[in-house]
Design a protein around this ligand. Structure first.
Ligand code: SF4
Length: 357
C-alpha cells in the first residue's frame, strides 16, 4: 500500500504575506522575491504530476524486521534520527521528505525506540526531525522527556525545524519552558535552514533569540539552490546575517538528486567553485565558512580534494568517502549497502551521485 504523505503546495500565511510585501518592496525580479518564490511556489507541471516513486536517498532503517521499531534511522555511529511527523508549515519544493511515507508514531514505537537508544554504547546524539517536529510540540516534549529519563547515554538532542522562518508565531511557550528546565541535563541544538537573508525578518529574529535565551544552540544547515541563493553576493550577505544572529554555520548542501528538482541543482564543478570563492577569498571570516557537502545514498560527505571522481556515465560522479561497511555493521547489523555504493580496494566506500545540470 502506498502510504506516502500528500506533498501538495503548502505555503504558510506568514510566508504568503512576506512574499507579498517583498514583491512590493523589491519587485518580482529581485533576488529577495525569487528566493522565496522558487523555494515554495510549484509549477503547474509539478502540481499535476502524480508521485509514483518513493526514492529516499538512503535506506538506513534500523532493524526494520523487528516488530514495533519504526521511524528511526541510523547512518552514523554516534547519532540516530527519529522521524516525528510529516507535517510542515510550508513545503519546500526541493525537499527529500516529499518521498517519505506518512508517520504515525505510537506508544509501541516509542517504547521500542527508547529501548534501542538506551542499550547502544555508541549513541550520543539524537536528531529529531520529520517534517517539522515544532508542529507537534506535545509529542516532541514527550519524546524528549523520555529520552532524558530513559537513555542517559544521549548527551545532545538536535531538532530540525523551519518554523522560525516559515511560521515564527507558532513557536510554543511550552517548548521554551521545557528547554529552560532541562538545558542542564542535555544540550539542545536546533538545525535551522535559512537560504537567503530575506528569511531573517524581525519575527524570525525574535523567535531565534527566544530559543537562544533558553539555552538552545542554533546552527544553519542550508542548501545552495539555483535561482534562490546562487550568487556570491547573496551568500556573503546570508553568512554575515547569520553571524550577527549568533547562528553557527554548518553544512551548505548541494540539493539532493530527486525527481523534479533539476532546476535547483547546479553542476558540481560550479558548486566547488562556490566553495573556493566563498571559503578562500577573504570575503567572509573563517568563523562563517560553511562545509560544502553532498547528501549521498550512504551519508553526508564534505568535499575535499579527490572526493569527486569522473565516471564513464556523464550524468554521474563517484564520491570517495571514508565510510566503511564493516564499521557500519557493528552498530547497524541490518544495514544494506545500496546499489549505488561499492567497496574500494582500501576498504572504504565509494558511492555514485547524480551531477547537476
Ligand atoms: S520544512 Fe524541512 S522537512 Fe518540511 S519540506 Fe521544508 S525542508 Fe522539508
Amino acid at each position: 500500500m502506498n502510504n506516502k504523505h500528500n506533498f501538495n503546495e503548502v505555503i504558510s500565511k506568514y510566508l504568503q504575506n512576506l512574499m507579498c510585501n517583498t514583491e512590493k518592496r523589491y519587485g518580482k525580479e529581485s533576488s529577495e522575491y525569487k528566493a522565496l518564490y522558487y523555494q515554495y511556489v510549484k509549477t503547474d507541471a509539478e502540481l499535476m504530476e502524480m508521485r509514483e516513486h518513493n526514492d529516499k536517498h538512503y535506506e538506513a532503517i534500523v532493524d526494520c524486521e523487528q516488530k514495533g521499531l519504526r521511524y528511526i534511522e541510523r547512518l552514523y555511529k554516534r547519532q540516530a534520527t527519529i522521524d516525528l511527523t510529516t507535517a510542515c508549515s510550508a513545503h519546500c519544493r526541493y525537499c527529500l521528505r516529499q518521498n517519505y511515507e506518512s508517520i504515525s508514531l505510537n506508544q509501541e514505537d516509542e517504547n521500542a525506540i527508547m529501548e534501542y537508544l538506551a542499550k547502544d554504547e555508541y549513541l550520543k546524539e539524537i536528531l529529531i526531525t520529520g517534517g517539522d517536529p515544532l508542529l507537534v510540540v506535545d509529542k516532541l516534549i514527550h519524546v524528549m522527556e523520555r529520552i532524558i529519563n530513559e537513555a542517559p547515554n544521549i548527551r545532545i538532542i538536535r531538532i530540525g525545524t523551519r518554523v522560525p522562518v516559515q511560521n515564527p508565531e507558532q513557536l510554543d511557550k511550552k517548548l521554551l519552558e521545557f528547554f529552560n528546565n532541562n538545558n542542564k541535563k542535555v544540550f539542545f541544538e536546533i538545525a535551522l535552514q535559512i537560504n537567503h537573508k530575506i528569511e531573517l525578518q524581525s519575527e524570525t529574529q525574535r523567535c531565534i533569540r527566544e530559543l537562544q535565551r533558553v539555552g538552545v544552540c542554533i546552527y544553519a544547515q542550508n542548501v545552495l539552490l539555483k535561482n534562490v541563493n546562487s550568487s556570491m553576493e547573496t551568500l556573503i550577505e546570508l553568512y554575515d546575517a547569520l553571524r550577527y544572529e549568533h547562528i553557527e554555520t554548518h553544512y551548505l548542501f548541494h540539493p539532493v538528486p530527486i525527481s523534479r528538482t533539476a532546476q535547483f541543482r547546479m553542476p558540481l564543478d560550479e558548486f566547488l567553485n562556490f566553495a573556493r570563492l566563498l571559503t578562500s577569498s577573504g570575503e567572509i571570516p573563517g568563523r562563517s565558512k560553511p562545509m560544502f557537502s553532498l547528501m549521498t545514498d550512504i551519508g553526508k560527505c564534505t568535499l575535499y580534494e579527490g572526493t569527486l571522481r569522473k565516471t564513464n556515465v556523464k550524468e554521474y560522479v563517484d564520491v570517495k568517502t571514508a565510510y566503511r561497511l564493516e564499521e557500519r555493521l557493528k552498530w547497524n547489523p541490518q544495514y544494506k549497502l545500496p546499489a549505488s555504493a561499492r567497496i574500494a580496494d582500501d576498504g572504504t566506500l565509494i558511492v555514485r551521485y547524480m551531477d547537476g545540470i
